[in-house]
Ligand binder design. Sequence first.
Ligand code: ZN
Length: 226
Amino acid sequence: MIGIISDIHGNLEALKSVLASGKEHNITQWVCLGDIVGYGADPEACIHLVRETCHFVVLGNHDEAAIQNIGPDDFNPMAQQAILWTRLQLSSESRSWLQSLPLTIHDKIRLYVHASPRNPSDWNYVYTASEAQRQISDLDASIRSCYIGHTHEPFRYVGSNGVELINVGSVGQPRDGDQRASYALIDESKQESYIVRIPYDIERARHRIIEENLPLFLADRLLVGH
Ligand code: ZN
């Protein structure tokens, strides 16, 4: 089984609970679709854990913003505040590692990308069936499924060409009204994938955000998953 995680956003409690659930699901390979940092209070620890656990990792927009020296002008004020704080927390080794991450990884019949396969560096959001169809309409013919994150809402679309687009949801900041961490499992024997939800210690993650003087809104939104 393959486990696909995305949008961890410095939430170490959620990440640990998700990875621990991998044993019961017999996960032998983890893939991370980016946004390891931003919003949450433990970016450096999350990077360490992802580095030692994941076989493939692609870059997210918050990871990119965390290693730039300017901006991010396109982030809302709370996301900006969190990124400026995150920049101060990262070791130079973690910064260079983030710098080395690719935007997409094509592994056999699967494509991994943070936001969307068409122009991945534009960080477009895929919320609708028509946008999903546009995104998968001219992928390499060998690709049967494409895994994305970025919206923090699990989503599945099967195109007219049979290609699947699956949003795995967010580990560290779900926004679909379910406060549990979200990730996807791929059963390679059946070529099927499922979304899994995992409860974690939300109070501890909240407490860490408050302890680091990050915006209270970022702590409280974890309680409602929005
Ligand atoms: Zn994100």
